[in-house]
Design a protein around this ligand. Structure first.
Ligand code: CP3
Length: 361
């Protein structure tokens, strides 16, 4: 593990400390909205080559930190690199997103289960250690994986969309869905543990499609595998922080926070942050949740929303972020504006401090 004496604001918040103004990073902070990324992407040819060539993936990881001085970098990769490393065919089609050769039967899954994960993920670990070595000491490096359910959605449907096949399988062939989730859960425990060993300071689980599930299936396919990953990763790396982002979980955020053991909850755009803060079943850091569309729009409403979100969570452990990823047509200047405005807020506005928020009921 990297230097315990080094002061990394994001790690302090993950440990339960409230910092004002809150530290900030953005989901999908590396990507097509940055001209330097588009240049690098053109040199790489395809997205998988970019993600699995350590020199290029390290460069993509560092680009947004260099430009904006964010408090955290996130490993440049993709949630589908894990099933790809297990041998499932993957390509990123122009303007269409990821396309996988889908898992039809348990026999297809067995082929992946025979695959060793290590060789296909070694380049990712090399990227993590290079990025950690090149980042400023105070910048937190976040490793990540997709959550088993969200990764299973792509593995079973073969592409993005409404994931009708995966959701239908929960009733028509629950054994197949459960087996895919089991395979991904087991692989994710190794994958995240290796990232921590390579130098990631903490890790995040992206569960973009968690909100598609009804409560009983949410417990089975989101809460249980997440708890298993958090426990197993922490067993290998005591004290390590895991951020969970079950997008559009709604009220299921409460049992998710209570039962998974995550250190921080990633709030999506639809989350009412102060309401969630009042209902928290245990102490946990909150991350989020500015609307990416507002970041794209910019202007005074952006500044106002930055003040409101930070103010509403003042006094609580909060990492400022978006409610979903940066959109590709976001002007980079708006990101600079967000960070500058957030850092100019030199004291929490009194009327929205935690005392008011918790005692007003
Ligand atoms: O946050 C970061 O900057 C780190 C890198 C990162 C990427 N994808 C890079 C990427 C992370 C954390 C992800 C997570 C991811 N990938 C999720 C979960 C978060 C979310 O956005 O909901 C999901 C569902 C995926 C799957 C995926 N990958 C999709 C649907 C797409 C196509 C949409 C798009 O934006 O192109 C990708 C491709 C992808 N992943 C790109 C990047 C930078 C764009 C590829 C390109 O440059 O052509």
């Amino acid at each position: 593990m990297t230097g315990k004496t080094i002061d990394r604001a994001v790690l302090r918040v993950l440990g339960g400390e409230a910092i004002w103004p809150p530290p900030v990073w953005l989901m999908r902070q590396a990507g097509r909205y940055l001209p330097e990324y588009r240049k690098l992407r053109a040199t790489a040819g395809n997205f998988i080559a970019l993600s699995t060539t350590p020199a290029m993936a390290t460069e993509a990881t560092l680009q947004p930190v260099r430009r904006f001085g964010l408090d955290a970098a996130i490993l440049f990769s993709d949630i589908l690199i894990l099933p790809w490393a297990l041998g499932q065919k993957l390509r990123y089609a122009e303007g269409e997103g990821p396309v996988m050769e889908r898992i039809e039967t348990l026999a297809d899954l067995e082929v992946l289960n025979l695959h060793r994960l290590k060789p296909g993920t070694e380049s990712v670990m090399e990227t993590v250690s290079r990025a950690r070595a090149e980042l400023p000491a105070e910048t937190t490096l976040i490793g990540f994986a997709g959550s088993p359910f969200t990764v299973a959605c792509y593995m079973l449907d073969g592409r993005g969309g409404n994931f009708a096949r995966t959701l239908g399988l929960a009733y028509s062939d629950p054994g197949l869905l459960a087996s895919v989730i089991e395979t991904v859960t087991t692989a994710t425990i190794d994958y995240l543990s290796w990232q921590i060993e390579a130098g990631a300071d903490c890790v995040m689980l992206f569960d973009s499609w968690a909100g598609l599930l009804p409560p009983d299936l949410f417990r089975a396919h989101v809460i249980h595998p997440t708890a298993r990953i958090v426990n197993a990763v922490r067993h290998r790396h005591p004290g390590v922080h895991v951020i969970g982002f079950p997008r559009l979980a709604g009220l299921m955020a409460l049992p998710y926070i209570a039962e998974t053991g995550i250190s921080a909850f990633g709030m999506d755009t639809a989350t009412d942050a102060p309401a969630l803060a009042r209902l928290l079943p245990r102490k946990v850091a909150l991350q989020g949740n500015l609307d990416p569309l507002l970041l794209r729009a910019g202007g005074v409403s952006l500044n106002y929303a930055v003040e409101r979100i930070a103010g509403e969570l003042a006094g609580l452990p909060h990492i400022f972020n978006l409610g979903h990823g940066v959109l590709p047509d976001t002007p980079p200047e708006h990101v600079a504006m967000l960070i500058e405005h957030l850092r100019s807020l030199d004291r929490p506005p009194l009327e929205t401090s935690r005392e008011t928020a918790t005692s007003s009921a």
